[in-house]
Write a protein that binds this ligand. Structure first.
Ligand code: ADP
Ligand code: MG
Length: 609
């Protein structure tokens, strides 16, 4: 007699359950997918005892008749795949026909379902893999699936479950992710009778993202397409602002062709696209939807369908980087035109003249526009402020490009569109614009401006160094010497000129101009230390993370500090540079640079509304 036997259906199901049903959340995921595949628009989930006592999922989908109910609990029974050609381009969430039989083999499963065209429904009960009872039963159109005593027959599995709180967290995550994938369906979750999540339908993607992330702040929209209709690829969705307080729910959720997945490559692309906007160690958060031809993705590489494989993953990566970078730029342009708009008082003003401290450009030569002869109030105030400035030609200390007094020539509308009210706390610039109060963190703003310039210079291999009048010698320890040797090209690119001078002594002949006011030896040692401890991976054509970090700390050192009193001209110059900086809304550490208070906000403080 042969020793090899075909496994019984029951054992096969239990083995499959080992892969598909890892924890209560995996059951919820499979059930949600089934409800959505059945066209449900309202799905209610109820959980008791962290999911081991009860998981109940109720939907208003297509429902099943008696035959289908019985088939649904057979292994490899599915209504979603007819032949293998469909496997190459799967459009439903389920397709393996394994979930219900697998779940049914490790729990007590009840199905109650009624299709639209039937008067009564069917109730079927499966106990640990064996059909226990089937009979007619009354029920609303749709399906109710109940799972009790999950893992009741596999105590080893049950022991591996975490606390009820952890299991609930995973269940919530599954619902949040699926809710992002299916914004047209309403989802709710009740835990031990208490409502925990309520995600109504009808508000579109943006509202769903807000509901899922519980976020009221402005979101960063992403929408980028490449290729044509058939072979095209699109990334859309919303990112949270980098400073959005990070909670466990605030993470990056990636959906590929409507399927929530974990994908390191896409994630990496997002991080890279956000470079310079998110600092190292900060995680991106938001919901991004990647759509591409189904044949470009293999979804059948993971039993719980949590991972996928891209056919051309390098191209997808590049696309994601571009898409996210474009979103950041568009977002900046929006804030730029919002806060730096020319005041409404001067609508005929031609495109905002680019105004530099060195050489004020042209005034409109021929007939000046009406607004020019009647300068807006903000301009008059600005000019008065500039004239009143006590310190002449004040400049930010240590700034290689000193700020000089900018005197808006008569007739030229205030070039930033903002009226400076003053400086608060020697840190915040208070500005007025239309009926809004705009508060700018001078340090964060300047830091961002400096950082943008450093990055640009670095990418052009052109960070200005400044020769020291008196070269400084520095004693390095073996590790620092080793680091200097390995990264000598990077150190030079940063603006240093360092020469050997005996065994462990080096002579610093030039330092990055931006930090020329700092102790050269200390700066070099600090940079060597961060080069030593930083990760080594560096994709080409972007700033390597370790250098990025250095640029940010150089920018921080060089920027005006909290506590520096600024002359009006300096404030203007800061605003002007902000206006022209590619990114300006957040400092390189992700802190906001600008906060806007509307008249209503302020009137609310005083109960004037
Ligand atoms: P799959 O989803 O891979 O097809 P499942 O075991 O999850 O496999 O489900 C088996 C079949 O049962 C499905 O193909 C579907 O026809 C039916 N089914 C499951 N859940 C529902 C539901 N909530 N509403 C309607 N039909 C369902
Ligand atoms: Mg399924």
């Amino acid at each position: 007699m042969s020793r090899i036997r075909i496994l019984s259906e029951h054992i096969a199901n239990q083995i499959a359950a080992g892969e598909v049903v890892e924890r209560p959340a995996s059951v919820v995921k499979e059930l949600l997918e089934n409800s959505l595949d059945a066209g449900a628009t309202r799905i209610a989930v109820q959980i008791e005892g962290g999911g081991t006592r009860l998981i109940r999922v109720m939907d208003n989908g297509a429902g099943m008749d008696e035959d289908d109910v019985l088939l649904s609990i057979e292994r490899h029974a599915t209504s979603k795949l007819r032949d293998e050609s469909q496997l190459a381009a799967i459009a439903t969430l389920g397709f393996r026909g394994e979930a219900l039989p697998s779940i049914g083999s490790v729990a007590r499963l009840t199905i109650l379902s009624r299709p639209r065209d039937r008067e009564t429904g069917t109730r079927a009960e499966v106990r640990y893999g064996r059909l226990h009872a089937v009979h007619e039963d009354g029920c609303a159109r749709g399906t109710i699936i109940e799972i009790r005593s999950l893992f009741g027959n596999v105590p080893a599995r049950k022991k591996f479950l975490k606390s009820a709180r952890t299991e609930l967290y995973h269940i919530e995550e599954v619902i949040r992710n699926q809710a992002l994938a299916s914004v047209d369906a309403a989802f709710s979750l009740q835990v031990d009778g208490r409502p925990v999540l309520d995600l109504p339908a009808g508000g579109g993607v943006e509202q769903r993202v807000r509901d899922v992330f519980r976020c009221q702040d402005p979101l960063l929209p992403v929408d980028f397409t490449a290729g044509d209709e058939k072979n095209g690829i699109r990334l859309s969705g919303y990112l949270l602002q980098p400073d959005a307080s990070s909670s466990r729910t605030n993470r990056l959720r990636i959906l590929v062709n409507g399927r929530p997945v974990r994908d390191r490559m896409v994630r990496h692309g997002v991080v890279e696209g956000l470079q310079g906007f998110l600092m190292k160690g900060q995680a991106p958060a938001g919901a991004l939807f990647l759509q591409l031809a189904p044949a470009e993705v293999d979804v059948n590489v993971h039993p719980a369908k949590l991972e996928i494989r891209f056919r051309s993953s390098r191209e997808v990566h590049r696309f994601v980087v571009q898409a996210v970078a474009a979103a950041i730029r568009a977002y900046q342009e929006e804030i730029r035109s919002d806060i730096f708009s020319i005041p409404a008082a001067a609508p005929e003003q031609p495109a905002a003249p680019v105004f530099t401290a060195e050489a004020p450009r042209h005034l409109p030569s021929s007939s000046p526009p009406a607004a020019a002869s009647e300068p807006a109030e903000s301009v008059r105030r600005a000019e008065t402020m500039v004239r009143q400035s006590a310190e002449p030609a004040a400049s930010f200390r240590h700034d290689p490009e000193p700020f000089s007094v900018v005197k808006p020539p008569a007739g030229l509308v205030d070039f930033t569109g903002l009226t400076i009210i003053g400086q608060f706390f020697k840190l915040y610039l208070l500005c007025e614009q239309d009926d809004r109060l705009i508060v700018i963190d001078q340090h964060a703003a300047h830091e961002r401006i400096m950082y943008q310039r450093l990055r640009r210079d670095y990418l052009r291999r052109d960070i200005p160094g400044q020769n020291l009048m008196f070269p400084v010698s520095v004693e390095l320890d073996p590790r620092q010497l080793e680091t200097l040797k390995r990264y000598d090209a990077d150190v030079a690119l940063l603006g240093f000129a360092v020469e050997d001078f005996g065994e462990s002594t080096r002579v610093i002949k030039a330092v990055p101009a931006l930090v020329s006011h700092l102790d050269p030896a200390e700066t070099l040692v600090e940079i060597l230390e961060s080069l030593y401890s930083a990760p080594r991976d560096e994709p080409a054509a972007v700033v390597p993370p370790r250098i990025d970090h250095l640029l940010a700390s150089m920018a921080c050192k060089a920027a005006v500090k909290a506590g520096n009193r600024l002359a009006p001209a300096e404030m203007f110059e800061l605003l002007r540079r902000m206006k022209e900086s590619e990114l300006f809304s957040h400092c390189p550490h992700g802190r906001p640079v600008v906060k806007i208070f509307s008249k209503q906000d302020i009137e609310k403080w005083f109960h004037r509304l």
